[in-house]
Design a protein around this ligand. Structure first.
Ligand code: FAQ
Length: 311
């Protein structure tokens, strides 16, 4: 049966068909899918914190309503993705446990502080922009539930990206101080945004196998290049400078050349040593512990309802 399963798995991958939860799959494929989907889910949930910090300080009712809606969308994406991980046999409580005990990763980008309201706009523009660049190809990833989740998530991410860009356009039409705030936020978030795509291809442990299984459709460096090419004209339209003296159009390659990412910083942040790693995990852990009574009450209620139904 395993031999047959392996054959139909290989055939499905080759023909660009989706792998579904009940299909046979190699243990390593299942493991990689759980790892990537869980890391993605954790990123959405931890990613609520940097922007969430500005909900109480948004400059107008309109901006507050928009920001609330965006952060709620992120909670939705996280829950949606945990459900996708559950179709692979993962246990949600176990995944949360692994996150708050540092045994599973989340995106490096959410370990940087949001110092001004311009950061909210720049997160929408650059961080959601990078997320879209990475996630649109994942709509064609080989695992069915993950691919389908990505379709809806990408639609919402596009709205988030436009929201950020519109906020920044508004600030750029404002006072000199507001324009300086935008430039300062761009200076701080540009390089960390490039790190979202992961290590250079030569150092990416998982890319070759994930490409062979069509989990990943492009390498880390390919997507990083696509993001730079896409963002440069947007920066020009906005009137901000991207903080890279080596950034320039290369007509021979048909792409922008750009400087080297500080990979030592990337490794430090992924390893837990970024400016906000400890705080992000402490906040998530506290929310989990303070929510224990809600989970207990919900479980007790469900048990009571089930007992009544069976009586
Ligand atoms: N941060 O071999 P690779 C969002 C790890 S968007 C931390 O290249 P892979 C939306 C990697 O896990 C952000 N760790 O790995 C939002 C691996 O470690 P492991 C979330 C990183 O998987 C916006 C090791 O380094 N998006 O949340 C990072 O083939 C605004 C070696 O790397 C996704 O997760 C990093 N930046 O490629 C929410 C997208 N990069 O597990 C709120 C789905 C790499 O072996 C506000 N994920 N690592 O111990 C992916 O596409 C892939 O997993 C990559 C990494 C491309 C991130």
């Amino acid at each position: 049966a395993t031999e047959q399963g392996a054959e139909s798995f290989e055939r499905a991958i080759e023909r660009d068909q989706r792998i579904e939860p009940r299909d046979w799959m190699p243990d390593a494929y299942r493991g990689t899918m759980v790892r990537q989907i869980a890391q993605h889910a954790h990123s959405e949930i931890i990613g609520m914190q940097p922007e969430g910090a500005w909900i109480t300080r948004a400059p107008s009712l309109r901006r507050k309503a928009i920001l609330l809606a965006k952060v709620q969308d992120e909670a939705g994406h996280g829950l949606y993705l945990y459900s996708a991980a559950e179709t692979l046999g993962a246990d949600r409580a176990d995944l949360t446990d692994k996150l708050i005990s540092g045994r599973q990763k989340y995106s490096s980008i959410f370990n940087y502080p949001t110092l001004t309201f311009a950061d909210v706009g720049v997160i929408g523009w650059l961080v959601d922009g990078a997320a879209i660049c990475n996630q649109v190809p994942l709509c064609r990833t080989s695992y069915g539930p993950y691919a389908r989740a990505m379709i809806r998530i990408c639609k919402e991410e596009s709205f988030h990206q436009r929201q950020g860009y519109e906020l920044l356009m508004t600030m750029m039409r404002g006072t000199p101080e507001q324009r300086e705030m935008v430039q300062d936020a761009v200076d701080r978030w540009w390089w960390p945004s490039l790190m979202m795509f992961g290590p250079p291809d030569a150092e990416s442990a998982n890319t070759a196998q994930s490409m062979a299984w069509k989990i990943k459709r492009h390498t880390n460096d390919e997507l990083r290049q696509r993001f730079v090419d896409m963002t440069v004209p947007q920066a020009e339209a906005l009137g901000v400078r991207l903080p890279d003296p080596e950034l320039r159009w290369n007509p021979e390659r048909g792409h922008h050349d750009f400087g080297e990412v500080d990979w030592a910083e990337f490794r430090r942040v992924v390893g837990g040593g970024g400016p906000c790693n400890a705080e992000r995990i402490a906040v998530r852990r506290a929310a989990h512990e303070e929510g224990a009574w809600v989970r207990e009450a919900a479980a007790a209620y469900a048990a009571k309802q089930a007992a009544r139904r069976d009586a």
